[in-house]
Design a protein around this ligand. Structure first.
Ligand code: NAD
Length: 365
């Protein structure tokens, strides 16, 4: 397999976690006999400093010519007081939009060595392995321009709008993902109140007839918020609209209590995707070798699985992460009891060693 990858390290700890992840990916390629080309591009604050734009045309061109995008993180205090068009996050939002990425995937998984430090009881989260699929480009955040009305601007309007096509494509994606996971889909809405939710339900039910192997349930968003804390182990794939997904995915990300561990993917209907950790640029620890690279490394595993169909390779990276944590290695943000705190690069080295040891037979270095 040949992979053409756009690498956008961004700001703060972005370049550190990206370097670590690219080294891990190179090892995967060597072990499993794949070829990957890595081309770096500027995004966010780094791009503003160099070119005057948070999303330079050259970066867009690079992304359009690539098979997938790897993104570190953007932002930092240096650019906090810039005008809106010169903010680092403008680059990130612009890139998602320009590439038509409408499905945001956030997996949440419990790692045994991290259970004691998680906010919920270990027995509640022990078996958690869920995936939230959030619609990313429609709904309340993208309706008719919000406005204040009335002589004294005493009323306000935000519009929640979805087209049938927008709902169909995200629901389809969620069914496909449930099919390659454990075959269960929870569709989350507020159908007792919202017309958009009633249309969402109809589309889910209609799509379900084409996926007889997927078990479907509907759950109201308020009930889901409770169930995620009470019994998170019941969920496999959760699909929901933009605003509900924004809130539920942040709630779910805290179940295991480790921001630095969380990967994400933003996909469109074909296999193209952008892969990035959930965390930000962490300016407080940037440049100190303290950043946890696992969120970025696990994002590259998602890329192998979803953009290239390389399930064995993705699982190898995930197993290596499991094994390294189980051996007690961690960065300072992870509260592994009796853990050995190592640097960003040392943690990546441990993952690389594990991959080499377990896939040495096919090693092509
Ligand atoms: P943050 O995620 O950067 O940091 C929150 C806390 O978690 C900090 O204490 C940080 O040190 C810690 N942390 C985060 N990632 C870590 C990692 N990999 N390893 C160890 N510790 C880690 O969120 P913030 O402080 O609210 O935002 C900082 C900057 O990042 C802001 O400019 C914000 O706009 C930006 N941001 C960017 C993205 C993105 O690029 N997708 C997402 C969120 C925030």
């Amino acid at each position: 397999m040949k992979m053409k990858l756009a690498v956008l390290p961004g700001d703060g700890i972005g370049p550190e976690v990206m370097d670590a992840s690219v080294r891990v990916l190179k090892t995967v390629c060597a072990c499993f006999n794949h070829e990957a080309g890595f081309t770096k591009g500027l995004l966010g604050g780094a791009a503003i400093d160099e070119t005057g734009s948070p999303l330079p045309e050259e970066t867009l061109k690079l992304c359009r010519e690539s098979d997938a995008i790897l993104l570190g993180a953007v932002g930092g205090p240096k650019w906090d007081h810039n005008p809106a068009r010169l903010r680092p996050e403008k680059g990130l939002l612009g890139l998602r939009k320009a590439m038509g990425l409408f499905a945001n995937l956030r997996p949440v998984k419990a790692y045994r060595p991290l259970l004691p430090a998680a906010p919920l009881k270990p027995e509640v989260i022990d078996k958690v392995d869920l995936l939230i699929v959030r619609e990313l480009t429609g709904g309340l955040y993208f309706g008719q321009p919000s406005e204040r009305r009335g002589p004294e601007k005493e009323s306000v309007v935000d519009t929640l709008q979805y087209s049938k096509t927008e709902i169909e494509r995200i629901v389809e994606k969620a069914f496909q993902l449930a099919q390659i996971r454990r075959g269960k889909l929870t569709s989350v809405d507020k159908a007792n109140v919202l017309e958009s939710s009633r249309m969402w339900r109809e589309i889910v039910d209609k799509t379900a007839s084409r996926y007889p192997d997927v078990e479907v349930e509907h759950m109201l968003v308020d009930a889901t918020a409770m169930q995620l804390i009470a019994r998170p182990g019941q969920f496999d794939v959760i699909v929901t609209e933009n605003l509900f997904g924004d809130i539920l995915s942040d709630e779910a990300s805290m179940i295991t209590g480790s921001l630095g561990m969380l990967p994400s993917a933003s996909l469109r209907a074909d296999r193209f995707g952008m892969y990035e950790p959930v965390h930000g640029s962490a300016p407080d620890i940037a440049g100190q070798g303290k950043a946890n690279p696992l969120g970025m490394i696990l994002s590259t595993a998602m890329m192998l699985r979803y953009s290239f169909g390389l399930e064995k390779e993705a699982a190898a990276v995930e197993k290596a992460v499991d094994a390294v944590l189980a051996a007690g290695y961690c960065t300072g943000d992870l509260k592994v009891p009796d853990g050995k705190i190592v640097s960003t690069n040392e943690l990546a080295d441990k993952i690389i060693d594990h991959l080499k040891e377990n896939h040495a037979k096919s090693l092509h270095v």
